[in-house]
Design a protein around this ligand. Structure first.
Ligand code: AMP
Length: 347
């Protein structure tokens, strides 16, 4: 069966396609990505196909969200594989629609929007420098907290590119992963504050078997650091155990988590440099779900977000033939993840 998927590189041709869908009263779900697609992205796309007749996936490595010292040049780009995955996924929807009940029909992936940098930034070359010129969307103070404290221009870039995508694609719904939870809070705020007519849908994080959240950047880890990286989700889970057991106090919720991190680090330090993978904690936060402000205690009617970031340090003493990951293990790899302490119903 031929794929219905079209690749758009220009704004005008995309708008013509979008206008027709509007005239036909069809719904459009947008999944914004930077490519290097994995199962986490695909789960967002499938959620969009459940809720919309048409799914558009954007693939754009957005320069303004990379700081001057970050990995814009080396960020994995896997265009052919991405397109193959999207075609296969779309085919699987078509097959399932043939046999499934009519009320469970999935939408189809009909558009990939993959613009050039010049199309997205037509006037001033894009930059993630703090003092860069250009037209930017800033969402304060949310953008300066947590991830924003070590990546000061990151959310300016994210909000700016999302605003452009929303203006071009005018989706009914947009899909984001819980893995990047601060991003979802900021995009929701932007949609509210700028009166954007799209609904923001947050989809759960897809993780590897050991709990590590899938990420396009995991390819930088290599085998040795990859094994130790599961310490982050393990740490977050400790906080949920405390909350589920009735603990509400910040220090008490975080203590076993921090102890787990310390113990894991001690264990690595006990190994030889050629066997170990050291890491540093960037932050472990217990924050209000709407404002992302740190909390001293959790109001169970509201719940909280526990988020964390660690830096897997460069590999020491890499051995010949060792799988060191993309980039040879010479640079630190930052990992983020989070867990939601859900609000509890009041009886
Ligand atoms: P990226 O291509 O990394 O910018 O991610 C595009 C979208 O996919 C974002 O909304 C991410 O939050 C989401 N995403 C990335 N990794 C995962 C994952 N492991 N599970 C669910 N969503 C994810």
């Amino acid at each position: 069966m031929p794929s219905s998927l079209r690749v758009f590189r220009e704004i005008d041709s995309f708008r013509a396609y979008r206008r027709q869908l509007l005239l036909d009263s069809r719904s459009v779900g947008l999944v914004p990505t930077m490519g290097a697609l994995h199962a986490g992205h695909l789960s967002l796309i499938t959620q969009a196909a459940v809720e919309n007749s048409h799914v558009c996936v954007s693939i754009f490595v957005n320069p303004t969200q990379f700081g001057p010292l970050e990995d814009l040049e080396s960020y994995p780009r896997t265009w052919e594989a991405d397109l193959g995955m999207l075609r296969d996924l779309d085919q699987s929807y078509a097959e399932s629609n043939k046999v499934g009940p009519p009320n469970k029909r999935l939408g189809r992936i009909t558009a990939v929007f993959a613009p050039t940098v010049k199309t997205m930034y037509p006037n001033i070359p894009p930059s993630g420098e703090p003092n860069a010129n250009g037209s930017f969307v800033t969402i304060t103070p949310l953008a300066s907290l947590l991830e924003g404290s070590s990546r000061p221009t990151f959310f300016r870039g994210v909000a700016t590119v999302c605003m452009k995508l929303f203006n071009i694609l005018t989706p009914d719904r947009v899909y984001f992963g819980q893995k990047d939870i601060q991003q979802t809070v900021i995009i929701k705020r932007m949609v509210q504050d700028f009166c954007i007519g799209s609904e923001v849908v947050v989809c759960k994080t897809i993780a590897e078997e050991d709990g590590l959240a899938m990420s396009s950047r995991n390819v930088y880890l290599g085998a040795r650091r990859r094994k130790v990286a599961a310490v982050l989700p393990q740490t977050l889970r400790r906080t949920l155990e405390q909350y589920s057991a009735g603990e509400r106090n910040r220090d008490k919720i975080l203590k076993p988590a921090l102890a787990h991190l310390d113990a894991s680090l001690e264990q690595q330090r006990g190994l030889t440099p050629q066997a170990r993978a050291l890491f540093e904690l960037d932050y472990l936060s217990l924050a209000d779900p709407d404002t992302l402000e740190e909390m001293d205690s959790v109001d169970p009617r509201k719940g909280a977000i526990v988020s964390g970031a660690i830096r897997m340090l460069p590999l020491e003493d890499a051995q010949g033939g060792e799988d060191c990951g993309l980039g040879g293990g010479t640079k630190a790899v930052r990992l983020i993840d989070n867990i939601i302490l859900e609000p509890l119903g009041l009886d």
